[in-house]
Design a protein around this ligand. Structure first.
Ligand SMILES: NC(=O)c1ccc[n+]([C@@H]2O[C@H](COP(=O)([O-])OP(=O)(O)OC[C@H]3O[C@@H](n4cnc5c(N)ncnc54)[C@H](OP(=O)(O)O)[C@@H]3O)[C@@H](O)[C@H]2O)c1
Length: 220
């Protein structure tokens, strides 16, 4: 399975403001590239922090791409996957709207009544790990469901954990031409930070897109 992380950050490395408000970092051409990457993926994954902050629906925007997916026998949208140890996703969240499949990767300790409520709202709850979702086991469960490519859209806590568990294959970062600032604003990789054994990247491409830069890396 390929795990592809895609995110947009400001020139100072922030994913959003210190209030965790979504900021328009990229422009129309990059939105279209992200839509194409979604359409090429079997699942689109975020952490529950992103669900609570942005309430995204994570669906494919382009009707042409939706039709192409269906023509090859896939659902119009990839599955939505949320790393959500305690099942904090609200039952009326955007990731549960529409016909696309939603998988919540929960910890074993997540309350059963929340699981029941979210399953009633259409989610599939997969339990891995105990207090916190075990991402490696969670991705194995996705592979067992036949998913070959998982696109991870953030946020910084989830991206850090995926790097820490050596689960990332490719990284695409759009660097927008703005400064957001704030020591508490989310960055591309938050978590505890590495002290040594920093994940190393191979730079595969640099492209100017809109008024920013797209950096494409393979994780070594
Ligand atoms: N610019 C961009 O491209 C972009 C993309 C996405 C998000 N964002 C921004 O990023 C911010 C949200 O990022 P965030 O870092 O706060 O949240 P996040 O990474 O989306 O979610 C983090 C949460 O995921 C849950 N989780 C479950 N298993 C985990 C694991 N093994 N490791 C780490 N987390 C795990 C944890 O909550 P539990 O302990 O409850 O499970 C954790 O608090 C928002 O402000 C959003 O706007 C920006």
């Amino acid at each position: 399975m390929q795990v592809v992380v895609n995110a947009a950050m400001s020139a100072d490395g922030k994913l959003s403001s210190r209030e965790r408000e979504q900021i328009a970092i990229s422009g129309p051409r990059d939105f279209d590239r992200v839509d194409a990457l979604r359409a090429d993926s079997d699942a689109v994954m975020v952490g529950v922090g992103t669900v609570l902050a942005d309430d995204p629906s994570l669906t494919v925007d382009s009707e042409r791409r939706r039709a192409e997916r269906q023509a090859r026998g896939d659902p119009a949208d990839p599955a939505r996957v949320v790393a959500d140890s305690k099942l904090r996703t609200p039952p009326d969240a955007g990731v549960l709207s529409g016909a696309a499949e939603t998988v919540l990767l929960a910890g074993a300790d997540a309350p059963a009544e929340r699981a029941t409520r979210l399953e009633t709202a259409g989610a599939t709850v997969v339990r891995t790990g105990a207090e916190q979702t075990d991402l490696s086991a969670g991705l194995d469960a996705l592979e067992d469901r036949g998913f070959d490519q998982v696109m991870v859209e953030g946020g910084g806590e989830l991206i850090y954990s995926l790097f820490a568990a050596a689960l990332v294959d490719r990284l695409s970062v759009y660097v927008g031409s703005l400064v957001i600032g704030g020591r508490d604003a989310p960055t591309l990789a938050d978590g505890d930070g590495f002290r040594s054994d920093f994940p190393e990247l191979r730079l595969d491409g640099v492209d100017q897109v809109d008024d920013g830069v797209l950096l494409e890396y393979t994780v070594e």
